[in-house]
Design a protein around this ligand. Structure first.
Ligand SMILES: [Zn+2]
Length: 58
């Protein structure tokens, strides 16, 4: 695995506040951060895949 250290990078400090820039799994709940891919999010815990809703340029 060895992916845990990466999680801490997914927070941004803005105006002294910690901003969450991660997506948590809607099945597993808070604490289960979904891995971000180009077009989707993936939960390594329950293997749930959530596709990003992005507008396609035609
Ligand atoms: Zn999950």
């Amino acid at each position: 695995m060895g992916k845990q250290a990466k999680l801490y990078k997914k927070y941004t400090v803005k105006d002294g506040k910690l901003i969450k820039t991660v997506v948590f799994c809607s099945r597993c709940g808070d604490g289960y951060i979904m891995a971000e891919h180009e077009d989707r999010y993936y939960c390594g815990n329950c293997h749930f895949t959530k596709f990003k809703t992005v507008e396609k340029k035609s």
